[in-house]
Design a protein around this ligand. Structure first.
Ligand code: 6GU
Length: 240
């Protein structure tokens, strides 16, 4: 997969050289390129923004500068992502869908955002999705670009060493949060690992994990429990 990220702070994306994403890049599974939006400016000051028409606080990013940057990157297959607090919520389902694409371009806005004509114009040419990480305000789209790249890259075939670790995880297909996990030592700080996990009884362990995942999800994310398809709950689930 190829991913292009455009930002006025390309250094913000430096962590994408590290860890799993860094390895995916080094091995060629992920072709990730970071671009400086200011390279698409034409004036001496490398201006990317201006005051909003209609008045108001803050600055808006100019569509002509973004146009130059994006025209140089978009192809037939591109899915253009525009991080913004007014976008659609980015979820594991979004990541799964994006992991099937061949080319993503992430256009990181700053200030009060990008002139609205940019999304409108490129919607005529490619798929465009405005995405939000959640209900809070960040200073720009760079953190969202980091989130998207990491969430998508780990779903690409060959990136995560043991594909089984993608199967049972929070926000996986079960729609539940992950069950609590433990390792050695069996007693620490006066706290013991639940007996069932030391029992070697696989069916009981699976049941305990399902129960604790459901309890945890109900306590922390009642919205996820409400969204569970009833036909996927078993009799034991319903007794909880
Ligand atoms: Cl994607 N961008 C900005 N600026 N703020 C956000 C966000 C994105 N998601 C949540 N808050």
């Amino acid at each position: 997969m190829r991913i292009d990220v455009v930002s006025i702070f390309p250094e913000y994306l430096a962590p994408l050289d590290l860890s799993l994403v860094g390895k995916a890049r080094a091995s060629g599974l992920l072709d990730l390129r970071v671009h400086d939006l200011r390279d698409s400016t034409t004036d001496r000051h490398r201006t990317v923004d201006d005051t909003p028409f209609g008045g108001g606080a803050g600055m808006v990013m100019r569509p002509d500068v973004w146009g130059t940057a994006l025209d140089g990157l978009l192809g037939e297959e591109t899915h253009l992502l525009l991080p913004t607090p007014s976008g659609e919520l980015f979820t594991q389902r979004t990541a799964e869908s994006l992991a099937r694409e061949s080319h993503l371009v992430v256009a990181c806005g700053r200030y009060e955002g990008i002139d609205a004509r940019v999304a409108e114009h490129y919607r005529e040419r490619v798929r465009v999705t405005e995405i939000s990480l959640g209900d809070y305000v960040l200073n720009g789209g760079e953190v969202a670009a980091l989130v998207v790249v990491e969430a998508v890259a780990r779903l690409l075939p060959g990136v995560v060493g043991n594909p089984q670790s993608l199967v049972e995880e929070s926000h996986g297909a079960a729609g539940l949060l992950e069950y609590p996990v433990y390792t050695k030592p069996p007693a620490w700080a006066g706290l013991e690992v639940p007996d069932v996990l030391l029992s070697g009884h696989h069916a009981r362990i699976a049941r305990w994990r399902r129960d604790t995942a459901l309890e945890r999800t109900a306590a922390r994310r009642p919205d996820l429990v409400a969204a569970l398809p009833v036909d996927e709950l078993d009799a034991q689930d319903l007794a909880l």
